[in-house]
Design a protein around this ligand. Structure first.
Ligand SMILES: Cc1cc2nc3c(=O)[nH]c(=O)nc-3n(C[C@H](O)[C@H](O)[C@H](O)COP(=O)(O)OP(=O)(O)OC[C@H]3O[C@@H](n4cnc5c(N)ncnc54)[C@H](O)[C@@H]3O)c2cc1C
Length: 320
């Protein structure tokens, strides 16, 4: 039983999925008697922040101020640090996003609080916390325990928890958190976010292509196959770097982490940076011309062959 704080990242009025996962984890750690207290910061975040009640937060705060429009580290650090001091939770969770990682580390510096980044799991242990981080293709698992009393800080990695189901019956009043006066050293003039072209997170089936697809045009083969299966199209970094697909299709260490029921890897070697983003898929099917491709080590079904030959054959087996 403990109060757990969550810093939630809200962008364009939408709470990031990984912030919702933080709320789910906080809910589990708070137990029956503890509270989940959530904070959002930015401009115009109060209304979307209210949704956090529905996702399981007991108290919701918003530092809603034009001065917080865009991520300005000094301002955000002051706001979050002073909010944490006022709430004194046992643990504060941040999402392992670019913003969350930067903010968590700088708030920890300000508060001289223990901080563990990229946690895959956090459990209560010995009256404190045990944070776990899994790295290097699951070959290294590191556990951390905060050495100091007081608020511990951790960032949660994408996929560490399932996002909670929204309950419209859970509502509440968002409380203001003070933005405070901070000297301005930089201002965000403009921020342009590319439109999402794919929804990999919710996909039940993903057909992913790698450099072995050969060209942007050849991806039509994967699109036709995906259309028959009702699947989304994923890609390796090699594909994104080649400009064959937009960056939001990328899966792996620097892309999305996905767990579809079925992952069909076409012309993908299976580099560790790709595997970490898809290895928890329910069933993995790999198509590769190289029988020694590393992807075959984690594939449940291995097809050695040219994807340009294999995919049309597979498609013929599908109805419609
Ligand atoms: C810091 C860092 C972060 C990274 N982050 C990511 C990331 O998030 N995601 C990611 O994917 N990568 C990432 N990478 C890159 C990663 O290391 C690999 O370079 C990349 O995943 C390789 O992509 P690929 O499998 O498409 O290409 P390749 O490794 O070139 O593999 C192509 C495969 O296609 C097969 N092939 C060729 N022709 C055919 C055919 N006609 N039919 C069937 N098979 C065929 C080949 O046998 C080969 O196995 C990162 C690298 C670094 C250093």
């Amino acid at each position: 039983m403990a109060n757990i704080a969550v810093f939630a990242e809200i962008e364009d009025g939408v709470i990031h999925d990984i912030s919702l996962q933080c709320i789910a984890k906080a809910r589990a750690l708070a137990g029956a008697g503890g509270k989940v207290i959530a904070l959002a910061a930015g401009h115009g975040v109060s209304a979307p922040a209210a949704k956090m009640f529905g996702y399981g937060a007991d108290e919701v705060f918003a530092a809603d101020d034009a001065a917080l429009n865009g991520y300005i580290p000094r301002r955000y650090r002051k706001v979050v640090a002073s909010w944490l001091v006022s709430q004194s939770p046992a643990l504060a969770l941040f999402p392992s996003t670019t913003l969350g990682l930067d903010l968590a580390a700088s708030v920890a510096g300000e508060l001289k609080a223990p901080c563990a980044l990229y946690c895959d799991d956090i459990q209560a242990a010995d009256g404190g916390w045990r944070m776990k981080r899994i790295e290097f293709d699951r070959k290294v698992a590191t556990q951390f325990a905060p050495a100091a009393a007081g608020t511990a800080i951790a960032t949660l990695r994408d996929g560490a928890a399932d996002a909670p189901v929204f309950d419209a019956a859970r509502t509440g009043t968002v409380q203001p958190a003070q933005a405070g006066a901070v000297e301005t050293v930089a201002r965000v003039l403009k921020r342009e976010v590319a439109k999402k072209t794919v929804n990999l997170k919710d996909a039940k089936i993903i057909v992913a292509g790698g450099a072995g697809v050969g060209s942007a045009e050849n991806f039509q083969l994967l699109r036709d196959f995906a259309a028959k299966l009702g699947a989304e199209i994923g890609a390796t970094r090699a594909v994104v770097d080649a400009g064959w697909l937009p960056a939001d299709h990328q899966i792996g260490q620097t892309g999305a982490t996905v767990k579809p029921a079925v992952y069909i890897a076409c012309g993908i070697s299976g580099a560790v940076q790709h595997r970490v983003g898809m290895m928890d898929s329910g069933k993995i099917v790999a198509i590769n011309t190289d029988p020694n491709a590393p992807i075959f080590k984690i594939a449940h079904y291995q097809i050695v062959g040219d994807l340009k030959v294999v995919l049309p054959k597979l498609m013929k087996c599908l109805p419609g």
